[in-house]
Design a protein. Structure first.
Length: 744
């Protein structure tokens, strides 16, 4: 029988236990070794940190020194700008010291910058004051350059229409100049300060009983452009890494600390203030159309507002309707030239203002008296206005408050002539002429004056005396009272036997001599009967017709029978009532007023060049400003314009050449230094709200109209503005650390 051997498992547990013990002992030994290593590393790290803390302390102390030097550069730069040294070609050391001494101790203490956590704690400003004196405020060779930049970028660009500086332009350009000049001046002084601190040799310092060495170095990246200003400031950018410095610190064991930083310029921002701008009215923008030359209508048109023609001293400034159409003007017409209709079927209607028209600024601010004459002119004094009241015994005004109703006409001569038929001039209110009123046109032609008529020139017709005569196939209607001081001399030059029709019974002519009267030829007795009564007129009106005038044409002096006891004595003119002499005494005033209204916009003697600053419509490069910058549709030469093609047919149009309007509707005012020709039946509406919107919004518009300011002022808070003379530091940082590296 076979014996079977079995494996014995005795002793296996002991072996397993031994293996586990060995593993644990190995792990324990490793852990102990690691712990001992960590302990040693910790001890070594603490020693290194203590050593590097010492290095850091030296670096931080030197950063404080550098920051103080940069604060001195900042103060010097601010003072340079504050004292406006940039506007001097040369800055002397005497001036620098004087400027420094201007600051008292309290102000100087505020100059010491304590805004950053590392700022030095200085109890006195003497150290900074001494450093500023060392630096000086003198840019030396750079002074001429920065002065020239100021002349170019600020002074020249801030002039407006004259040698005077425009405050708004100056603020704008000075703010731009500060943003370019201050950083450069600051870097100039900062580099000078860092030059004094920089060295290639290590200096020694004792920290906690240890000897340290350190040095400060200026990194020469792009410092040359700040040492010597040159080039184009608009093109050469200021970069954060242009000026840098390094600090190196080391100990005796070879440990080192490297610090690198950018020099940053502090930022000073101009303070904003709520600005109250005083806006003055200017009479040049108070018309629907203002033309220095002629105004000619080659079609019908509707004009809502006053019309002015005639400021050009080299131009007769005719106001002419030259087409078979209707021109309706709702307002007053002022021209130093003639008014005529030179076309069959042509009509000129001068109406009173429409009730819906807004004339608040013109009537209540620019011309508060409503006479449309500058209230400062002595002729508008109460004493002088009294001289312009009506002649005894009638209450006929000699000047009119045009702003009350409108519909008045002031011109040289008013006439119709030629072979034209059915051409009409209608004036709803009053007419004042320097010369004659004449109708020499064809059938159906008519001059109709709804109100009073005043002629302001005595003397012979052929020497421009004011007379009224009808020599054509039509008629002349004088609606109310009138004064006709002119005369037509010479029997061989008497007028033809056409009648002058009167539409109202209150028909008066002032005068009591042969030279003052309505001189007409009436051989057929069409106007007067043998009893001196006026035909077709209320029997209360008589004349001195029939008197031998000795070489003159027949004269009719109209007299109201209700005043016969005062004006007539035994059917003769009462010589004690000398209205001729009285009127002669007023003619001087009337002519002055006429000239102011028809040539000088209601001022004493201003021309269009005196009313505006055209330079405000150009940029610094003499290019025309676009409308969205100037607020004005500006045309620098002749222009053909259809309002329908304009993006914004409203506001203000200013044309330096001749302007031709071909249609459409415009709301605002049109000002033209040349002639205005109108075709295409346009509508032009004087609109004060559109005009004032541009004036309030655009400083260029305000400055454009500033020379002609007149009347009461209009105060309007329009926006926040910058105050370049008051600045606040909005970013005080003077340096930025870009590297802090330790090395053994």
């Amino acid at each position: 029988m076979k014996r079977i051997w079995k494996k014995s498992e005795k002793g296996s547990s002991i072996i397993l236990v031994l293996i586990v013990i060995i593993i644990l002992l190995t792990l324990g030994t490793m852990a102990l070794s690691i712990s001992i290593g960590n302990l040693k590393l910790g001890q070594k790290s603490r020693a290194w940190k203590e050593e590097y803390y010492d290095l850091d302390k030296v670096a931080e102390e030197e950063l404080e020194v550098i920051d103080f030097a940069l604060s001195v550069a900042e103060t010097a730069s601010i003072r340079y700008m504050k004292y406006e040294l940039y506007n001097k070609n040369v800055v002397s050391s005497t001036l620098v010291n004087k400027m420094i001494q201007l600051e008292d101790e309290a102000v100087l203490k505020n100059m010491v910058d304590k805004r950053t956590k590392n700022a030095p704690k200085i109890s006195s400003t003497k150290a900074q004051l001494d450093k500023i004196r060392e630096l000086g405020l003198d840019l030396k060779s750079n002074q001429t350059f920065i002065h020239d930049q100021w002349i170019k970028d600020v002074e020249n660009k801030s002039k407006s229409g004259s040698s005077k500086l425009d405050p708004e332009k100056y603020n704008k350009h000075m703010d731009e100049f500060f943003e370019k000049a201050f950083p450069r001046v600051y870097y100039y002084f900062a580099i000078k300060a860092l030059d004094n601190l920089s060295t290639s040799i290590f200096k020694r310092a004792n920290v906690n009983g240890k000897t340290m060495e350190y040095k400060i170095e200026l990194v020469e990246n792009n410092t040359s452009k700040y040492r010597n200003f040159s080039g184009d400031w608009n093109r050469d950018a200021i970069n954060e890494d242009d000026v840098q410095f390094k600090i190196t610190v080391k100990d005796s064991e070879g440990k080192q600390l490297f610090v690198k930083a950018n020099v940053i310029h502090p930022v000073y921002s101009a303070q904003t203030i709520e600005k109250s701008t005083i806006i003055y009215g200017n009479p040049i923008w108070t018309n629907a159309i203002m033309a220095a030359g002629n105004i000619r209508f080659n079609s019908g048109a509707t004009i809502m507002g006053d019309v002015f023609s005639g400021n050009d001293k080299n131009n007769n400034a005719k106001f002419t309707v030259a087409a078979n159409g209707i021109v309706d003007v709702y307002g007053n017409v002022y021209t130093k030239g003639d008014v005529s209709v030179d076309a069959t079927g042509g009509t000129l209607n001068i109406h009173r203002y429409e009730p819906s028209m807004d004339l608040d600024y013109k009537k209540n601010y620019i011309f508060p008296s409503k006479y449309y004459i500058d209230k400062k002119i002595s002729i508008m004094d109460d004493d002088n206005k009294n001289k312009l009241q009506g002649l005894y015994p009638y209450d006929m005004p000699l000047i009119y408050p045009d702003g009350d109703t409108g519909g008045n006409l002031y011109c040289n001569n008013l006439f119709l002539e030629g072979s034209y038929n059915n051409n009409i001039i209608f004036v709803e209110n009053n007419v004042t002429t320097k010369g004659f009123v004449k109708n020499k046109a064809g059938v159906g032609s008519e001059i109709n004056v709804g109100g009073n008529y005043i002629g302001i020139t005595s003397g012979d017709y052929y020497n421009e005396g004011s007379v009224v005569y009808n020599e054509g196939e039509g008629s002349i209607h004088l609606g109310e009272k009138f004064i006709i001081p002119g005369q037509i001399s010479g029997t061989n030059r008497s007028l033809s036997d056409k009648k002058i029709e009167k539409k109202i019974k209150d028909l008066r002519l002032y005068g009591n001599s042969d030279a003052y009267g309505l001189f007409i030829s009436d051989k057929k007795h069409e106007l007067f009967d043998n009893q001196r009564n006026v035909k077709g007129i209320n029997s209360g009106v008589v004349s001195n017709y029939g008197k031998d005038l000795g070489g003159y044409a027949k004269c009719a002096i109209f007299i109201d029978k209700n005043s016969v006891t005062k004006l007539m004595d035994n059917n003769n003119i009462n010589s004690s009532v000398n209205n001729e002499a009285a009127y002669k005494g007023k003619i001087k005033f009337l002519k002055e007023i006429f000239t102011m209204k028809t040539e000088h916009f209601g001022t004493k003697e201003k021309n269009i060049e005196d009313m505006v600053y055209e330079i405000n419509l150009f940029d610094e490069d003499s290019k025309v400003l676009p409308q969205d910058e100037s607020g004005i549709h500006f045309y620098n030469s002749n222009k053909i314009l259809n309002f329908n093609s304009m993006k914004e047919p409203e506001g203000i149009i200013y044309c330096k050449g001749n302007l031709t309007i071909t249609g459409g509707t415009f709301n605002g005012t049109i000002i033209c230094k040349g002639n205005v020709t109108i075709t295409g039946n346009p509508t032009i509406k004087y609109n004060e709200s559109k005009i004032m919107d541009k004036i309030k919004t655009y400083s260029a518009t305000r400055k454009f109209f500033e020379p002609g300011k007149m009347g009461k002022t209009i105060e309007y808070i329009w926006k926040n503005d910058i105050n370049v003379n008051s600045r606040t530091c909005t970013s005080p940082q003077r340096h930025e650390i870009i590297e802090w590296r330790e090395q053994s």
